[in-house]
Write a protein that binds this ligand. Structure first.
Ligand code: SF4
Ligand code: SF4
Length: 162
């Protein structure tokens, strides 16, 4: 069956069926959402996870994640060349809010505390967001890990910012 991504170039929640943890999992710990749906020869996320929670059947298959053991550490987010992994955190965020961590490669990198606009997978503005954390896996890494706070209902929708 042709996926929505193959038809439009935009990943939809339908494409991610089976890749999203059940609702109760979000209440336990932050968790990675692996939005990698294309069969391409890449496996950079596999050795990146210190807990070895990501697996692939072969070099072109899409990765699977053992949700239950994921700590949401975001190492895989910074190591994915496809910018296809995100962290959703509904534990540390205030009630009714979610924290979303995205890989960010534009300049300037937004500052902690700044109010920005959250964008969905199609690049559409879906609401206001507050930047709560900016990190890098190392000083040399060009990819920043930007965490922003949005309404909880946007946790699986907001995937970029401007
Ligand atoms: S967030 Fe951390 S623990 Fe979870 S899959 Fe990625 S690297 Fe592994
Ligand atoms: S590193 Fe990223 S693009 Fe490559 S297989 Fe893993 S999730 Fe997909």
């Amino acid at each position: 069956m042709v996926s929505d991504y193959e038809k439009t170039g935009v990943i939809t929640l339908k494409d991610l069926e089976g890749k999203i943890p059940p609702p109760e999992r979000f209440k336990k710990e932050p968790v990675a959402i692996v939005e990698c749906t294309q069969e391409i020869p890449c496996d950079a996320c596999i050795p990146a996870c210190p807990r070895k929670l990501l697996s692939m059947k072969n070099i072109i298959s899409v990765p699977s994640l053992d949700f239950d053991k994921c700590s949401g550490c975001a190492i895989c987010v910074g190591k994915c060349p496809g910018l296809a992994i995100f962290i959703v955190d509904m534990c540390k965020a205030p009630k009714g809010k979610a924290w979303v961590t995205i890989p960010y490669e534009f300049l300037p990198v937004p500052e902690v505390g700044s109010i920005v606009r959250a964008l969905n997978r199609e690049g559409e503005d879906v609401g206001s967001a507050k930047v709560v954390k900016v990190a890098r896996l190392s000083k040399e890494e060009k990819t920043a890990l930007v965490t922003f706070e949005v309404d909880e209902k946007l946790a699986m929708e907001a995937r970029a910012l401007r």
